[in-house]
Design a protein around this ligand. Sequence first.
Ligand SMILES: Cc1cc2nc3c(=O)[nH]c(=O)nc-3n(C[C@H](O)[C@H](O)[C@H](O)COP(=O)(O)OP(=O)(O)OC[C@H]3O[C@@H](n4cnc5c(N)ncnc54)[C@H](O)[C@@H]3O)c2cc1C
Length: 468
Amino acid sequence: MPDYDLAVIGGGPGGYVAAIRAAQLGLKTVLVEKDRVGGLCLNWGCIPSKALLYCAEVASLFRRAAEFGIGYDNLALDYAVAQERSRAVVEKMVAGVETLLQQNKVQVVKGTARLTAARSLAVEPEGRAIEAANIIVATGGVSRSLPNLPIDGDRIITSREALELREAPRSIVIVGAGPVGVEFAYLFRSYGSDVTLLELLPRVLPSEDADSSRVLERALKEQGIAVLTGARVEAVAAGEGGARVVYATGEDKREVAAERVLVGVGISANTQGLGLEAAGVALERGFVAVDDRCRTNVDGVYAIGDVTGKLPLAHVASTQGVTAVEAIAGLDPPPLDYLKMPRAVYCQPQVASLGLTEAEAKERGLDVAAGRFPFRANGKALALGETEGQVKVIADRATGEIIGFHAVGHGVTELVAEASLAAVLEATARELGYAIHAHPTLSEVVKEAALAVSGEAVHFYAPLRYQK
Ligand SMILES: Cc1cc2nc3c(=O)[nH]c(=O)nc-3n(C[C@H](O)[C@H](O)[C@H](O)COP(=O)(O)OP(=O)(O)OC[C@H]3O[C@@H](n4cnc5c(N)ncnc54)[C@H](O)[C@@H]3O)c2cc1C
């Protein structure tokens, strides 16, 4: 008889949510965490970065104070205070999760877990053995490093060290214009750093819709960030007081020096020393291979979150966690559909999306209609002075169903929730256009973009223009 119905390895947003859901369903659950519950997300990812980014937003607003008739003598930005505030937010969140785990009677064991067989774990350093009927691997990922980008944790850093800085660097080169890269670019630029953003692919946020990349790139450049796309980093070397980066754009080779270099080129799975081989768990491209209910190839062993290499986002990890647990409890949860999961980037303007990009939809041979609506034609956006960006809704002409939502602008990371609901309800663009949105709100941009799919947006003259 195993000690537990479920053992979860890793207490990030995948693991702790899975453990709480399991407890709700009456499963006797143990959670093994080697560091702090909340994982990367609460401690060194989503939460501290968003707390800092909010300070950056406030700073940016202060710079525009005259526009709102507000004057001051001297603007003093203290990054150290922003950093302290960010850590205080983290502490509150982590304490909250600890309390929730306690209230739900999840047993939390501190230590590093390793699978010794399909249903047993050893936890170090105590050497405690745990037998469980089911195991969920939720060990997350680690920042990827490349051979020509040796991370030294001082001059050449990852997001982890960047989130520990007590002052904004005078200058920084950021390698990789994915979500982490563009968020730090905006953050440090708002605090006055000289920022160079290097991206290998032809556009920033290369996995987003090309329209979103275009609007964001223009905005980042207007903020004074040097954005270089199609730039291949060839070498990075740390030196006295800084680092130098050699990069090539086509035939042209250049060098840029900065106080620090931040490497944000994605993640690899955190599987080292986990004993997956002992249990016979299969990997795919280094990540734990799972099906649409997070089952691995080994009966009773599941994997969720960044370690699966699906969509490395906290809410995706949590959703996978709930699905895995419900499958374990025999509830037959719906299969996971990653196209129904929102993606959000918190620089300014923000970027948020769900589903297929227009190019992906066309690659799949779908006949699509896209509707766009700009923030500059929205009353609330004008009132706020936040007129940059647009919402784009992509629908399948055959069914009318929304298959893509792509937004750039103020507050779009909140607006994307509407696209999530539309996806779950399999709503058509017409239905989203019918839904009545309070006036004046930014959400009206979503309604009008949905109406624009059929050329029916009222506050922007472009009849059927986007249907071609
Ligand atoms: C700077 C930054 C900002 C981000 N911002 C966002 C955002 O705004 N929104 C968003 O959705 N996502 C964001 N992410 C991504 C998000 O943090 C991850 O997708 C999420 O944390 C993944 O959750 P997880 O549970 O899979 O793993 P993690 O959060 O990485 O948690 C894994 C846990 O497992 C523990 N662990 C590992 N191995 C063992 C072991 N052998 N035994 C015991 N414990 C172990 C670790 O200590 C860790 O606590 C951000 C990431 C970064 C780096």
